[in-house]
Write a protein of this length. Structure first.
Ligand SMILES: Nc1ncnc2c1ncn2[C@@H]1O[C@H](COP(=O)(O)OP(=O)(O)OP(=O)(O)O)[C@@H](O)[C@H]1O
Length: 216
């Protein structure tokens, strides 16, 4: 997250997001501590909007600002690694050859934290998400739901200034889903940063989101 300094609200104005022939224009603002649920039918551009916020898809118009710093638009462009954004995509991209704890520690190391401190912080996050006993397993030996929890721990551990969650609980077994949701809600409250949650689950909107924006 080096280079990321400002904290504060996410402001998206007339942002034109394109993927192939698809195009959507969005306006939204999310204050620190708020969780905006981005909902709507399949193919309406929810994941593409998250990709634009993360800097993986440049805008074709409008602007994205975070804490008053323009990330994209108005001739400005901040690359993904300098946005301070914690993204949990639908296909969590863990490093398969690294252990669960090394995956969580990776972002902390990238921010300059010492190896030992990063590992201990990584352990604390895995424990929090109920994965203490999987910390030393290679990520490619984890189940889908376990990998998803490691991806959540990795995103939240790195002190992001914006969190983007793309159906983060969909792969979780019903027995742990409510607990993990509650843990993530607590973590988001603690971090007091804006968050955007893509979901098809009305219950999740109810329990986690402070507001909802439905794409059509
Ligand atoms: N790599 C791609 N190249 C071209 N078009 C794409 C690509 N990825 C997605 N699209 C198109 O962009 C549109 C928006 O897709 P996106 O995944 O953002 O929607 P979504 O609302 O997140 O959908 P879902 O609820 O199914 O996850 C779709 O019409 C899709 O076909």
């Amino acid at each position: 997250m080096s280079g990321a300094t400002a904290t504060g609200a996410l402001e998206v104005r007339d942002a034109v997001v394109r993927r192939g022939d698809f195009e959507v224009t969005v306006d939204l603002s999310v204050a620190p501590g708020e969780v905006l649920a981005l909902t709507g039918p399949n193919g309406t551009g929810k994941s593409s909007v998250l990709a634009a916020l993360a800097g993986l898809l440049p805008l074709h118009g409008g602007a994205i600002a975070l804490g008053g710093e323009v990330l994209d638009g108005d001739a400005a462009w901040v690359p993904p690694e300098r946005r301070g954004v914690g993204l949990v995509p639908q296909q969590h991209l863990l490093f398969g050859h690294l252990s669960a704890v090394e995956n969580v520690a990776f972002g902390l190391r990238a921010r300059g934290m010492r190896r030992r401190d990063a590992r201990s912080e990584g352990h604390a996050w895995l424990e929090r998400l109920g994965l203490a006993d999987r910390a030393h397993l290679r990520a490619d030996r984890l189940s889908g739901g376990q990998s998803q929890r490691v991806a959540l721990a990795r995103a939240l551990a790195a002190s992001p200034r914006l969190v983007l969650l793309d159906e983060p609980f969909a792969a979780l077994d019903v027995r742990v889903r409510d607990d993990v949701r509650a843990l993530v809600a607590d973590a988001l409250r603690e971090l007091a940063i804006p968050a955007v949650l893509v979901t098809h689950d009305a219950g999740e909107v109810e329990t986690l989101a402070t507001r909802e924006l439905s794409l059509r």
